[in-house]
Write a protein that binds this ligand. Structure first.
Ligand SMILES: [Zn+2]
Length: 202
């Protein structure tokens, strides 16, 4: 990755983080001349811009586009209260009777590398904001996964057996594996990111 592109990537990441968008990817395209666009792809926000753009040109546009994406997303995902309610319903439906309840289930922008966490001691579950753009069955799976951690701290056979009743378990795992894989491609392979753009939006 050229030095200029890398520092732009960092600037865009800092801007996005300041706006509450934890994960953003800058794609610079040689084919683009003037247009800058922002869109979601597998739960990650992608900003696509011409390869020769300067920071002082890109950043105000990126701020505008990110602001628009955030506004669009508002109201399209469940609030923390609805998440807690959903966790209770999922537990009732798919986990053994008497399974401990989470004291709280909340979104967080702090988790970029993991989908969810559970503090077994106090039963607080946190879900990564990145899940908001994903299908409901994936969010449901992560909630159930964290709920099971209230009883089993590892991912052993007993953990798995408790999740086995959830019919979308394997599909959700496959979805999350795919998202992880594609985001790693984006980070490690700048050329392929540029080429992907040729087949994507113009
Ligand atoms: Zn786990």
């Amino acid at each position: 990755m050229p030095g200029v592109g890398k520092s732009l990537q960092v600037q865009v990441q800092e801007l996005a983080a300041s706006m509450g968008v934890p994960d953003v990817q800058l794609r610079l395209s040689a084919r683009r001349r003037t247009t800058v666009s922002a869109f979601r792809e597998s739960g990650v926000v992608v900003i696509s811009a011409p390869v020769r753009i300067r920071g002082d040109e890109l950043l105000p546009l990126a701020e505008q586009l990110l602001g628009r994406l955030i506004t669009q997303a508002q109201g399209k995902y469940p609030t923390d209260e609805l998440l807690a309610q959903r966790a209770r319903e999922l537990a009732r439906r798919w986990l053994p009777p008497g399974h401990p309840e989470a004291v709280s289930v909340r979104w967080t922008g702090a988790q970029v590398r993991v989908w969810g966490t559970c503090v077994a001691d106090d039963g607080a579950i946190r879900l990564s904001n990145r899940l908001r753009a994903m299908p409901d069955y994936v969010v449901d799976y992560v909630i159930l996964h964290e709920l099971v951690h209230l009883v089993h701290t590892d991912h052993g056979a007993a953990f798995d057996a408790m999740l086995a009743a959830f019919p979308e378990r394997d599909r959700a795992r496959g979805f999350l594996d795919g998202v992880t894989w594609s985001s790693q491609q984006g980070e490690s392979d700048y050329i392929s990111a540029q080429q992907m753009d040729l087949f994507g939006q113009s």
